[in-house]
Design a protein around this ligand. Sequence first.
Ligand SMILES: [Zn+2]
Length: 66
Amino acid sequence: MAEKKPSGKKKKKTSQKYKMYTVSGSTLTRKNKQCPKCGAGVFMAAHKDRMTCGKCGYTEFVRKEK
Ligand SMILES: [Zn+2]
């Protein structure tokens, strides 16, 4: 049975672009901030210009650094 592929335009998920960790030299740094409301262990989802907590909905806007 062949599955029908959706012909409509689908937007790709961009969340995979963001890595949870950044390795600089021998130091492992957590790229994603932890939610100040939920505490340690709850990471915030990184968006283009903001970070949001999926648990409580806390949003923090990110400044663009040059
Ligand atoms: Zn939270």
